[in-house]
Design a protein around this ligand. Structure first.
Ligand code: UDX
Length: 455
C-alpha cells in the first residue's frame, strides 16, 4: 500500500507551529510520515527548546529552509517576514521536495500549508502534488478576510485595505461584531505597513483558490455561524498535543515543568493561570499593574513571564513583589500550558485570548478572564464572554490601562462565579464530543485521511 507522506509548513510563528505540530501528530497516528518544515530561525529555537526526554523515533522529521531575513533581524516584523518568505521560500521548498522525492523511500503525497502561506500551494500545484491548507485561528477571523471584496464594495475599506473609519461590522446576524481596527492587517504598524500586509493577504487569497482541502482548528459546535459563511472549510479541532511522553511540541521556549509540582501542592480549584501567548508585550506600567493585581487578589497564581514579555528587563517586577508573593505566586519563563490547564488546581485562566489558548482553555473547561492584546484576540474574547459565556472581560480605565484594582476585582469575581464554571464544564463536554469517535471533527479528519489516500 502507498505510504502517505505529508510536508507540513506552518507560518513562522509560535501560534502556528504548535497547532500544525499537533495536526502532524494526529496524522502520524494514522500512519502518515511527516516532514515538518520550519524556517531555519525557528528550527533552531525548536531544537534548543526540546526537552531531554523527547522521543526522536516518532514519524515527524524536522527540516528547515531559510526565511530570507538576516540573523539579527526582528521576526516579529510581520510585514518584512511575509515579504522575505514569499521571495525566498518557494525556491527552497521546490528544491526540498525534489531532494526528498529522490532520496526518500516514500515520495511526498501531499502538502499541508498554513493557509497564510499560499505560495507553498503554488509550488505544490506546479509540481503536481495534492494540497491542503490549514487555518489556525478562529473561523470568524477567516470570514473577515474572505469578505474583503464585499467590505471594499460597501465602502467600509478603501481599496488599499485601510478602513474608511473605525467601526463595528456584522458579517452575519449571528456572528460577533468585528472591529475594523482589529483586522489582521489594520492592527499593526503604520498605514504603509498595513497596506503592505493587506496586499500580501489579498494575493494570498488568490493563491489558495481551488485547493484540494481546507482544514481548520475549530469545530462546528464552537463557531456555527462562521461555518455557514465558510462552507468548504472542514474543522478537525480543537487539536491538543497528545499525552504521549516526550512528544514534540514545537515550542520556541523551554517548558519549565517544575510548576506542575508546585500546582500539585495547591488546593483544588484555587489557582489562576496567567499567560499571554508568544507575542504580547507590556510596558513597565502595565506590567506593574498586573503584578499588583495578582498580588492583591489574594489567590494562588501561576504567571508565565516570557523573557520578552516586557519592553524592558524581564525581571522588572515592582519593588519587593517577588518576596511578598513567594508563598502563593509562581513565575515561569514558559509553561507546559496544556498540562497546566488540565491540572485540578486551576480555577481560572487570565489570557490574551490567542486562538490556541482559547481552544486549550475551552477543551479543559477552564473559565477565562480576557485580556486581548491585538487582532483576532478581540473576536475570541467575544466568543468567550458573549457567545459561549465562559469568561469575564477586563476593562481599561480612562488612561488606557487595565488597573490593578480591575484585575483584583475580576479575579475575585471569576473565582466565585459558579454559573460560568458550570458553563465552562458543559462546553468542555460538548467540545470533546466533536473530536471523539463519531464526532464531527473526527469524521472530517477521517474523511481527509481517506481522500488523501484516494488521490
Ligand atoms: C498568535 C496570535 O497572537 C493569536 O492571536 C493567534 O490566534 C495565533 O497566533 P500567540 O500569541 O502565541 O498566537 O497565542 P496562542 O494562539 O494562544 O498560542 C500560544 C501557544 O503557546 C498555545 O498553544 C499555548 O499552549 C502555548 N504556550 C503559551 C505554552 O505552551 N506555554 C506558555 O507558557 C505559553
Amino acid at each position: 500500500m502507498k505510504k502517505l507522506h505529508a510536508v507540513v509548513i506552518p507560518f513562522p510563528a509560535q501560534g502556528h507551529v504548535i497547532p500544525l505540530m499537533e495536526f502532524s501528530h494526529c496524522l502520524a497516528e494514522h500512519g502518515f510520515k511527516i516532514t515538518f518544515l520550519n524556517t531555519e530561525f525557528n528550527h533552531e529555537r525548536v531544537m534548543t527548546s526540546l526537552p531531554e526526554n523527547v522521543n526522536k523515533e516518532n514519524q515527524i522529521h524536522l527540516v528547515s529552509i531559510p526565511d530570507g531575513m538576516d540573523p539579527g533581524e526582528d521576526r516579529n516584523n510581520l510585514v518584512k517576514l511575509c515579504e522575505t518568505t514569499l521571495r525566498v521560500m518557494p525556491g527552497y521548498l521546490e528544491e526540498l521536495i525534489q531532494e526528498t522525492n529522490k532520496s526518500d523511500g516514500s515520495k511526498i503525497t501531499c502538502i499541508i500549508a498554513d493557509e497564510t502561506m499560499g505560495w507553498a500551494v503554488k509550488v505544490a500545484k506546479k509540481m503536481g502534488i495534492p494540497q491542503a491548507v490549514f487555518w489556525t485561528s478562529a473561523v470568524g477571523t477567516r470570514t473577515a478576510i474572505l469578505h474583503i471584496p464585499q467590505l471594499i464594495e460597501a465602502g467600509i475599506l478603501g481599496s488599499d485595505g485601510i478602513p474608511v473609519k473605525q467601526q463595528m461590522i456584522q458579517l452575519s446576524p449571528t456572528m460577533p461584531a468585528l472591529n475594523t481596527d482589529h483586522f489582521a492587517w489594520t492592527c499593526i504598524g503604520d498605514s504603509n505597513m498595513q497596506r503592505s500586509l493587506f496586499r500580501y493577504i489579498v494575493s494570498n487569497l488568490e493563491d489558495i483558490k481551488d485547493v484540494d482541502w481546507y482544514l481548520c482548528n475549530s469545530s462546528y459546535e464552537l463557531e456555527k455561524s462562521a461555518f455557514q459563511l465558510n462552507p468548504n472549510l472542514l474543522p478537525v479541532g480543537p487539536l491538543l498535543a497528545s499525552s504521549q511522553p516526550g512528544q514534540l511540541t514545537g515550542n520556541f521556549w523551554t517548558e519549565d515543568s517544575t510548576c506542575l509540582n508546585w500546582l500539585d501542592q495547591q488546593p483544588a480549584n484555587s489557582v489562576i493561570y496567567v499567560a499571554f501567548g508568544s507575542f504580547t508585550i507590556f510596558d513597565k506600567h502595565q506590567f506593574h499593574e498586573l503584578a499588583l493585581g495578582l498580588e492583591n487578589a489574594g489567590h494562588p497564581f501561576l504567571w508565565v513571564v516570557r523573557p520578552d514579555l516586557t519592553d524592558g528587563p524581564s525581571d522588572a517586577y515592582p519593588d519587593g513583589f517577588q518576596e511578598r508573593v513567594a508563598s502563593k505566586g509562581r513565575m515561569v519563563g514558559w509553561a507546559p500550558q496544556q498540562k497546566v490547564l488540565a491540572h485540578p488546581s486551576i480555577a481560572g485562566f487570565l489570557s490574551h485570548c490567542g486562538w490556541n489558548s482559547t481552544m486549550e482553555g475551552v477543551t479543559m473547561g477552564v473559565p477565562f478572564l480576557c485580556w486581548p492584546y491585538f487582532a483576532d484576540q478581540f473576536l475570541n474574547q467575544s466568543y468567550i464572554c458573549d457567545v459561549w459565556k465562559v469568561g469575564l472581560q477586563l476593562n481599561k480605565d480612562d488612561s488606557g490601562i487595565i488597573s490593578n484594582g480591575e484585575i483584583k476585582n475580576k479575579i475575585k469575581a471569576l473565582l466565585v462565579d459558579e454559573t460560568i464554571r458550570e458553563r465552562a464544564l458543559e462546553l468542555k463536554e460538548r467540545t470533546k464530543k466533536s473530536v471523539n469517535e463519531g464526532g464531527s471533527s473526527k469524521k472530517n479528519l477521517n474523511h481527509f485521511i481517506e481522500s488523501v489516500k484516494g488521490k
